[in-house]
Design a protein around this ligand. Sequence first.
Ligand code: ADP
Ligand code: MG
Length: 801
Amino acid sequence: MTNDAGFLSGGGAMGALIRAYEWAATPLGPPETWPQALRSAIDLCLHSSFPTAIYWGPELRLLYNDAWAPIPAERHPDALGRPGAEVWSEIWPIIAPQFQRVLDSGEGFAAFDQMLPMARGGRVEETWWTYSFTPIRSEDGTIAGVLNQGNEVTAHVRTQHALRESEGKFRGITNSVDQMIWSTLSDGFHDYYNDRWYEFTGVPAGSTDGEAWNDMFHPEDRERAWGVWRHSLETGETYHIEYRLKHHSGTYRWVLGRAQPVRDAKGDITRWFGSCTDIQEIVDAREVLARSRAELERQVAERTRERNRLWAMTNDLMGTAGLDGYLKAVNPAWTRMLGWSDAELLARPFSELVDKSDHAATADVVRRLSLGETVDGFVDHVFCKDGRLRTIMWSAVPEGALFYIVGRDITEQRNAEEALRQSQKMEAVGQLTGGLAHDFNNLLTGISGSLELLQTRVSQGRLGDVDRYVNAAQGAAKRAAALTHRLLAFSRRQTLDPKPTDVNRLVVGMEELVRRTIGPHVTLEVVAAGGLWSALVDPSQLENALLNLCINARDAMPDGGRITIETANKWMDERAAKERDLDPGQYLSLCVTDTGTGMTPEVIARAFDPFFTTKPIGQGTGLGLSMIYGFVRQSGGQVRIYSEIGAGTTMCLYLPRHYGAAEDVEAVPDLSGAPRADAGETVLIVDDEPTVRMLVIEVLEDLGYTAIEAADGAGGLKVLQSDVRIDLLVTDVGLPGGMNGRQLADAGRVLRPTLKVLFITGYAENAVLGHGYLDRDMQVLTKPFVMEALASRIRDLIAGS
Ligand code: ADP
Ligand code: MG
């Protein structure tokens, strides 16, 4: 033992503290008494620059150097000279056994990354340490102390933990996705695959042999896949490729390979991260899609062909039109039906193709379409290029700003319907009025015949008989007056007496009467065609019709104007005749044109209807045009109205031509000059109208004939069955009692084959009489007739001329 304390020289701050320390008050005693082993250890400790401490004696009292001083933190410098168990109370349970091991065994101990929960700044925190305990042996061989060297590795351990955690996370993520994920070094050397990769390929987990790829590429894709990969490695461009990869089952599946480089701060590539996505289902779906698209295209093409055929071939008008009022597309039927070219149809608003009368309704249809409504069965009238109108029935379906239209030509159908309607109407009117007219004619015959005989008796001075005739005429007139109240319609079955007529002469003959009728405010012009054919028509009816047309024209011009009466020859070819519902051939036209108000299409459509009038009650009967229509149609002709509102009206009568010259209108001869009967000649007269019978008998007796009378067919037949002499049968056609005049005559001819017959008839009972084809020695006389005409007919027949 020596008192020399020179071993305590140097050692920095801790050297100074140790020297200054009151060691005498500790079990270690003053430094001069310290054993050599301690002295050597302290010298080593104070001159080491590594954190070093010495635990000495049974209490493991602490001495340490400057490098170690920060370890106990706020416990420095109090820790100096104090027992280890006091200084390190919180970690003593951990390190005490370690000390004990060294003390017991005499062998050194080392701990790496040892966690020690250290109290620092008032709280305990996890810290990690790497340190060693080395035994210090005294001269007698016992372990008197422990040399401790070590440093804190908390930061390092924490980094390690973080790294491990992030790696774990990375693996967790890569293994949680469906894709195969891999990484390579910058040169393309594979160093990582996720679980999906191993599962897919069947390569043993953990193996990262890059050569394995060679086998797994589909032979057809191998070159391409490597090529693209090499290109990416050289250029750093993203790797992106679809190829087939061998599944561990041996089949190939399409995958999408992708890889992207990771770069360091300098921009150099450090590694590649890649993935393979199984896209087999997508590829399958793509194929199905491609196949079905091809099929769809084929079907569409076929349907388009079919539709184009329909579009081109159909006779219906098909097209698209816009809510802007223009046609956008039309099929060839338009040009075929209407004569307009496509360009002409598309260039202007479609309303210009439509008759004015349909404009309002067309606008309404467009409005409905614009609201998304479908329109069906709309009918309008469309102009052909040649000016004719066709009646079209439309269907239209809207779609956005367009609508699809289909139109069907129903012109013929409509015309037929119209004609049917017209003729049905006329038929009804005819039936109604025909019967009335028959009665009326009988009465007229009674009146005029009575007057005639009255005249004859007066001129003969036989005044005694006058009363009889006056009474007969008055009775008939009264009955006629009653009848006229019911005779409000005109019949198409009136008795017409068509004659070859010079229409120009007839017009000229009417001119004065017309002029007086129309008054001074209306100018009359007559344009008579030169070389006008003659017409086969009842002239008095034609006069009546002309007068009626002129009165209508006058009524349409309340402020005056001009009436033009015009005649012309007309050759109707197949088309022109069809348009007017006539047989082709030669006709005359008699047209009356005015400069009056004109007629709306609605008025035109109804003008021929009986009782249709736009005139105030008392002024119009509505029978003028219906009568004209009936007369002209019965005469084999036609009436047409050409009129526009505000532009006047032309009414045209078309009359059939007569081949041959016109007859002169005969003057009525005088009854007193009539031929007289030979003695004994007998006439049978059958008529249900007593006045007629009386008159005929008067005439016959005047002429010297014997007369026998019967009131119906049965009575007449009885006479014929007897052996009474009968030179002539005069009979009405319409007779009561089930046997008409014709049947009576036929029955009479059976009994008396040479019987001569004269039919007297109120209206053309043509069907009864065999449409004018009468047997020899049979004639017709229509009522009313003048007595003179009756007398000369009777004479002629009996004489056999
Ligand atoms: P009414 O003359 O008694 O009215 P009509 O049968 O003669 O009967 O004519 C029928 C209708 O036709 C007339 O009410 C009129 O509206 C119209 N009409 C006939 N002729 C003409 C014309 N020349 N101008 C204008 N409207 C006419
Ligand atoms: Mg009239």
